[in-house]
Ligand binder design. Sequence first.
Ligand code: WT7
Length: 624
Amino acid sequence: MKGIYPSKEFVLSANVRDPAIYSRASENWIEFWEDFARELEWFEPWYSFLDDSRAPFYRFFVGGKINACYNCVDRHAEKKNKAAIIWEGENGESRIITYYQLYREVNALSSALKELGVKQGSKVALYLPNLAEAVIAMLACARIGATHIYIFEGFSAKSAAYRLKDSRAEFLITADGYFRRGRLINLKEKADEACDEYGKIKKVIVVRRAKNEVSMVEDRDHWYHDLLSKKNTSPEVLDSNHPLFIMYTSGSTAEPKGIVHSTGGYLVHVYATSKMVLDLKPDDIIWTTASLGWITGHSYGVYGPLAVGATTLLYEGAPDHPDICRIFDIIEKYGVTVFYTVPTLARMINGCDISGYDLSSLRLIGSVGEPIDPETWSWLYGELGRKKIPLVNTWWQTETGGHVLSQIPALTPMKPASVGKALPGIEVDIIDDGGKKVKPFEIGNLVIKKPFPGIMLEINGDTSSYIKFYWTKYGKRVYFTGDSAYMDDEGHIWIVGRVDDVINISGHRVSLIELEHAVMEIPDIREVAAVGLPDRVKGSAIALFVVSSNPGKEVAEKITEKIERDIGKIAHPALIVFTPELPRAGGKILRRAIYEAVVNKKVSSVVSNPDSVEKLTKLKPSDR
Ligand code: WT7
């Protein structure tokens, strides 16, 4: 397949346009990353680029002292008329915050946090919707060296409590409520429930957003705006490997894993890739449609864009409220230049009539989170991008902090749905289970052969899982991504999907085992298997195959409720099927056989009880 080259106009103004960047990075790997690092401000330089003596616990920019907030805010605060954040509420309210105002407000919140007892090393949980205050809270934590733990606002109280407990958070910043599809969601109520379950939150700060009635616990709860003072707080001089934040993600176990990211290495990685891949410049307005509560929101909604000094656009609500044209309204209204989104959203806008909009401000489109189908790719490129602007398909993970595979827009020809190549400074391979490189077009496991600055520090409090999940299959020097992929004869890579028991719904990782555990707690359930079925819009949809002593609507409702309560609405099952038994091989439940039966109508030959899947092959699409 031949690639599509970017327009000359784009190439001429791109941040990176010399193809020699690839060879330079591989010949002088350290210098390549150090050059980016030097574009940031350090209080003290590092003495060693990489300490790998405790592999797989890699430490970058050792000895360096840095502050992420200083680099994202103070450095640009002189530009008093320059927007840092553009915020739009679902109800149409909007707010523009300049770098100077951001500097003032981050300072004010930092000193308030200190007065409440937050110190360097404290853990501060943020259970917030996409509000400017959420960005301010992240930066205020970074300023004083507190580690933030963002909990996506859509998560249930129980999921939030798990994250509070696992991270040992002492402080929580939340909001009274927010708007989603016109409905007011009472977030404070969920936050209170999570605090009660965990029991160790000392102080709660509440952002007034929806002005709904909430109850405030005396001595524990404070209104955000009442706390702000006029005091400044100098940024803490932090070690490069000081933990900036913890982000929870689903892996192939029942419990979400707390991925810990560093300050220096992480910031260098997201800064470098914001420039190389998203081609960000200070004049850009980037709209990263992911919630702040996901890694994409952290890396390319906050730290990357602000480190570059660009403007980031935040939207509070559902992208299709009041209808899907909201997306184009926002791009047009603010003149968004870089639109970084997920295939799920792209599939929703695919086919929209955009002839009535002036979307000419757009100069780059990015996709992330899940494989994109060629049809949706073509619409994004051909319609939204008018075949004039590059479309980068970025592959990375919560664990990698920032981009790993992607086109470099001015350099790499685009092939629909391919994720391009490894970025300069990063080395990947596709290998079989024995570690042997597979041939072009053969599917294998995607691995990263060398550490890189954005790689996580560890899994919070769980050394053995950290080693087991990522650094055991191929040893302590080769990072196992958990994805399968193939490469064409020109080295372009296509992602096939996860190899473990994790599925991707609208770009969010959901652990099948975590789901099954939640369902198993319901009394009438004997057995359950969760399977991801292909879904045109969301990528995957959850189907549950359940053995129950009381099959029927009542139990099905209980299951849905339980999942929403324990995990959150994103894990809402699309299909619940009661079945007398589940397919097995030996003693093990074979999820793959269920998938084969339902999707491909085949009875897998390794199943020891074929009757169990026979019936499933007859499920009609209408049952699904
Ligand atoms: C998993 C990581 C990266 C931020 C959002 C998700 C899948 C990610 C792509 C892509 C195909 C992709 C992988 C990966 N994924 N980007 N461009 N094409 N698949 O972060 O929740 O940590 O999930 O998302 O399977 O392992 P995450």
